[in-house]
Design a binder for this molecule. Structure first.
Ligand code: AMP
Length: 450
């Protein structure tokens, strides 16, 4: 397909020509007519596939010139970096179009943003917290929004923005088009779609079910978490072969739990990334793993997206992903650039259905290995493995027990520091030389006066 097939208009053609793009990417070709039709859309596409233009091209194609002050298009993204990036992409496409685009995000002066909003805008790109603040201050009127785009929904939900999204849905006009893009399919994303979208059309570039030939896949049937840990321990003892191992788990709590275990078993050899860790912490972890300082990296699906690390010897699926596509993404991290890679899959009884779906997608069965005899089969169960009485239809109960509480505002930067525990407090105490007792304090005071 060419850009001519998309029936763009001259200003858009010219902008694309200036950018030097030859043809639309697959996600752009697939999305164009569906987004343009005005129906609700769910696009599954990773960063780097051209997803921003996939929704922006049809939106800009149909956005007529208007003098009205209230914006008509709202794009929500999880981070300020992405606000800047998306605004930049829209501006590139709008080179020959007379429209007004504004990016707003937290951690900066809200009054400056209020002034910019008051000048009148067509498209607002925002992080949810700041958007909500601007809307409740009544400076930003959302009553004319016709199109709502939520980009990187998986990251958005992983960061705990669900409640903020719901608050925003409440103040948007009901008659609007919802367009959602996500890199990975997760249960949270699925729930959001079911709850708020009207018969959405799904656009997805079929993920190839054909794994690379140079990835050797094996699997184990393992009864529970602690046995998985024991099996993992026995495997990872072989430090020479298992020299750069990416270990996947489905959610944050599990990532922390496994990381703690690995710290006990193999001190200072592992690091972890998930969305409750600060960006600095994550970058540090990735760097340590990349540089080979730490040979084990525990990661959630959402956070490992876009990771490009050379020479991963093994991918270990500590759990069996519910969505078979995620398995393909996971194992594709190894066996890159002609190198041999290995992947291991651990599945409990409950996970057998998911395992079969993976095998169906690949149209092959994964070689099953027996747990070595010396690995202890644990009887102990973690909380999630115990039988719990399910409270059904309880609307108050949160869906994802992992999600951080319903933050009303986006956290200010100074509040985003990670809790470093005791040693941090000790350092602060050292720095400020706090008196240990009142007597001390008076003693200091007396000494000062002298
Ligand atoms: P995204 O997936 O939206 O983050 O886009 C990734 C990069 O690809 C951006 O730098 C875009 O400018 C670029 N890009 C988008 N569409 C095309 C295209 N049709 N041909 C070449 N590059 C593109």
């Amino acid at each position: 397909m060419t850009f001519q097939d998309l029936k763009l208009n001259t200003p858009l053609y010219n902008a694309i020509e200036d950018l030097g793009f030859e043809n639309p990417t697959p996600i752009q070709s697939e999305s164009f007519s569906i987004v343009a039709s005005g129906k609700d859309v769910v696009g599954i596409a990773q960063t780097g596939t051209g997803k921003t233009f996939a929704y922006m091209l049809p939106i800009l194609r149909n956005l007529s010139y208007s003098k009205q002050d209230n914006p008509r298009v709202l794009v929500l993204v999880p981070t300020r970096e992405l606000v800047v990036q998306v605004v930049d992409e829209i501006e590139k496409l709008s080179k020959y179009i007379n429209n007004r685009v504004l990016g707003v995000y937290g951690g900066t002066n809200i009054n400056t943003q209020k002034q910019a909003v008051a000048q009148g805008q067509d498209i607002i790109v925002a992080t949810p917290g700041r958007l909500y603040d601007l809307a409740v201050s009544r400076v930003l009127q959302l009553k004319s929004i016709q199109k709502l785009v939520i980009d990187e929904v998986d990251v958005m939900l992983d960061l705990g923005f669900r409640h903020q999204l719901l608050n925003i849905f409440d103040i948007l006009p009901e008659r609007r088009q919802n367009i959602m893009f996500s890199a990975t399919m997760t249960k949270d994303v699925d729930d959001l779609i079911t709850d708020f979208f009207i018969n959405p059309k799904k656009v997805q570039i079929a993920i190839s079910g054909t794994p690379l030939d140079n990835i050797e896949q094996t699997r184990y049937n393992v009864p529970n978490f602690y046995t998985k840990v024991n099996l993992l321990e026995s495997i990872l003892k072989n430090k020479e072969d298992f020299s750069k191992v990416l270990i996947f788990v489905a959610y944050k709590r599990m990532a922390d739990r496994l990381f703690d275990k690995l710290e006990d078993l193999f001190p200072s050899q592992s690091c972890v990334i998930h969305s409750n860790k600060t960006q600095n912490y994550r970058l540090r972890s990735i760097e340590q793993f990349r540089a080979g300082e730490h040979r084990l990296l525990v990661a959630t699906d959402v956070m490992a997206r876009g990771l490009d690390i050379e020479g991963i010897t093994h991918v270990i699926n500590f759990d069996t992903p519910d969505y078979p596509e995620n398995y393909m993404h996971r194992i594709g991290r190894t066996g890159r650039a002609e190198k041999e890679g290995q992947s291991l899959l651990f599945s409990t009884e409950k996970e057998q259905g998911a395992r079969r779906r993976i095998e169906e997608l690949m149209d092959m069965s994964i070689k099953t290995l027996d747990i070595p005899e010396f690995v202890e089969i644990s009887k102990e169960l973690i909380e999630e493995e115990r039988n719990v009485i399910k409270e059904r239809y309880n609307p108050i109960k949160r869906r994802d027990e992992d999600a951080p509480g319903p933050a009303f505002h986006e956290k200010k930067e100074k509040n985003q520091k990670e809790n470093l525990g005791g040693s941090y407090r000790r350092e602060i105490a050292k720095k400020y030389k706090k008196p240990k007792t009142r007597g001390d304090k008076n003693y200091n005071r007396r000494n000062k006066k002298k």
